[in-house]
Write a protein that binds this ligand. Structure first.
Ligand SMILES: Nc1ncnc2c1ncn2[C@@H]1O[C@H](COP(=O)(O)OP(=O)(O)OP(=O)(O)O)[C@@H](O)[C@H]1O
Ligand SMILES: [Mg+2]
Length: 263
């Protein structure tokens, strides 16, 4: 179990701009923390900072209170980037097995094969197991990449828009599975999502990033409020609740002048 804590993280791709202007939040083991926010808000940048691919200008990311090196971070973190590709010369089975690389020794152990087989079954990829990944659809490739991230058995799982190009059923199935993994294995899962309804349904905590800051952080009910979404997305929304879930219905874009007056 590893608690992830961000403290006043600031970042810019060059010295003149600041995309992240002091981001602080905490992701707990056994919980899904969803990062949401408009295009270009800095969500992917933030995941790369947590994965130690990018270094913050200032501020710190702590894993159980420790400032880990890149190497130490790689051992406990599994990161699925937004843009991704798999070498087409691998079969689905080989590609998923590749996810076990940090655990593999000279020989592939029975245990590795069992984990790979079970994950392939859970993601309903059996029928593709022997197929080359170049022969898969975009959504099927995405499922293989998710399988790769899961077989690593991480303590911290970072997923950047993992379900954006999946159909409705696969979106639900994958998020159910991620939730199950997160709860059973006490993983700290941080997932970037655009679909606020999926964030409301599956996340224990939602962090809204806007203008480089955390605009709101908490459970769906406290965070997904019409005035907050009007300010962040410049969209009028209707919020309702049923079956214990919050539902967000976008109604219309707001004019910029409305936003500058009201928000
Ligand atoms: N390598 C880069 N060099 C310079 N600027 C970059 C680079 N990568 C991203 N940016 C800029 O940083 C900002 C944040 O980008 P980021 O990819 O983190 O946004 P995002 O919130 O993930 O957006 P989206 O929802 O569209 O994926 C954007 O303005 C983007 O143009
Ligand atoms: Mg992104």
């Amino acid at each position: 179990m590893v608690v992830v804590e961000l403290k006043e993280v600031k970042f810019g791709y060059n010295s003149s701009d600041e995309i992240l202007k002091g981001i602080s939040f905490r992701a707990n083991p056994g919980e899904i923390t969803a990062i949401v926010g408009p295009n270009g808000a800095g969500k992917s940048t933030l995941l790369k900072i947590i994965a130690k691919i990018l270094k913050p200008k200032s501020g710190i990311v702590l894993f159980d209170g420790k400032n880990l090196s890149k190497e130490e971070t790689t051992k406990i973190v599994s990161y699925l980037p937004q843009e991704n590709s798999i070498p087409g010369i691998l079969t689905v089975f080989e590609a998923v097995l590749l996810g076990r690389l940090p655990h593999l020794s000279w020989r592939v152990k029975k245990e590795d094969l069992k984990i790979v087989r079970n994950t392939i079954t859970e993601l309903r990829l059996e029928k593709y197991a022997e197929r080359y990944t170049s022969q898969l659809s975009g959504g099927e490739k995405q499922m293989v990449l998710i399988a790769q991230a899961l077989v690593r058995e991480p303590k911290v799982l970072l997923l950047d828009e993992p379900v954006s190009n999946l159909d409705m059923r696969n979106q639900l199935e994958i998020l159910e599975l991620i939730k199950k993994f997160t709860k059973e294995r006490k993983i700290s899962t941080i997932v970037v999502l655009h679909d606020l309804n999926l964030a409301a349904k599956y996340a224990d905590k939602i962090v809204i990033i806007s203008n480089g800051k955390v605009r709101a952080c908490g459970d769906a009910k406290s965070v997904l409020r019409p005035e907050v979404l009007a300010e962040v997305y410049e969209v009028e929304v209707n919020i309702s609740s049923s079956d214990g879930n919050i539902h967000v219905l976008p109604l219309r874009p707001l004019s910029r002048s409305f936003c500058s007056e009201v928000c």
